[in-house]
Design a protein. Structure first.
Length: 248
């Protein structure tokens, strides 16, 4: 197995976030949703946030991801929590989803809209929402106007489309939504279920691959991203953006 997938298999999450952050974003949308909303969770990964959506609504959820092992992990999680009856997993790509227009009351995407690009995702997914439906996404966002050189250089390479809060808010309005609220994920949301388990995994794998320079290079790159956050978590974070589809 590619060492990258060894790092990223069987983690509790595949991106920053915690149950309380999911719940906080959901509370912004709930007043605008029906009693039992139809929900689409895009790029669901192993499904930690999917479980919160199921537990804190009476809705049914389609959880879509292109990586089958994550969907299997999600199914195990849902079965253990007794919520599997309301969750349907779909293996597929977010760029070409097999759903009719106006199918969903709520679209959710934690750490996933970047795959097709934040702005493109806002536009492409809007038709899948019923009029008045809601969307919640997390997006990597600059927290300062003039980032320090080190994070700026790193993210210019790793995610050149990263923008500041105001630009992301403007795109929400331009794509046909009104913002219901936003908040920044705190540093703990990066560490607890994501960077800490990854750091532990990297330490194990560095021993196993001590004689493999290619694998060690991959491990060093993952460490570099984590060390950057340790030093510069005041410069960037994921921001949760919650919005409602409005008609022109
Ligand atoms: C950063 S992870 C976030 C996973 C999960 N939402 C979480 O917060 O733990 C991004 C997810 O998007 C999925 N993904 C990547 N490209 C995709 C695509 N084209 N279509 C659907 N899912 C995709 C990955 O498999 C991964 O599960």
């Amino acid at each position: 197995m590619d060492v990258f997938y060894e790092i990223h298999s069987d983690l509790p999450r595949e991106g920053p976030g915690r149950d309380e952050d999911t719940a906080r974003a959901l509370r912004l949308a709930l007043p605008h949703l029906p009693e039992a909303p139809r929900i689409l969770d895009i790029g669901c990964g192993p499904g930690m946030q999917t479980a919160v959506l199921a537990q804190q609504t009476r809705g049914s959820i389609v959880a879509l991801d292109r990586h089958p092992p994550f969907l299997e992990q999600l199914t195990v999680r849902a079965t253990q929590a007794g919520i599997q009856d309301r969750i349907q997993t779909v293996e597929g790509t977010m760029t070409d989803m097999p759903f009719e227009p106006a199918t969903f009351d709520l679209i959710w995407a934690e750490g996933a809209i970047y795959v097709m690009g934040y702005e493109a995702g806002l536009h492409a997914w809007r038709p899948l929402l019923k009029p008045g439906g809601c969307m919640a996404v997390t997006e990597l966002t600059w927290l300062v106007d003039d980032p320090r050189p080190e994070p700026r250089t790193f993210w210019r390479e790793a995610y050149p489309n990263m923008r500041g809060l105001k630009d992301n808010q403007r795109m929400i309005a331009e794509a046909g939504y009104r913002e219901l609220g936003h908040f920044q994920l705190p540093p703990e949301a990066w560490w607890t279920h994501y960077y800490e388990p990854i750091e532990a995994r990297i330490a194990q794998l560095e021993g196993r691959y001590a004689d493999d320079p290619v694998a060690l290079q991959t491990l060093a790159e993952e460490r570099a991203e984590i060390d950057l956050f340790r030093e510069h978590s005041d410069q960037y974070s994921y921001v949760f953006y919650v919005m409602q589809r409005i008609e022109p």
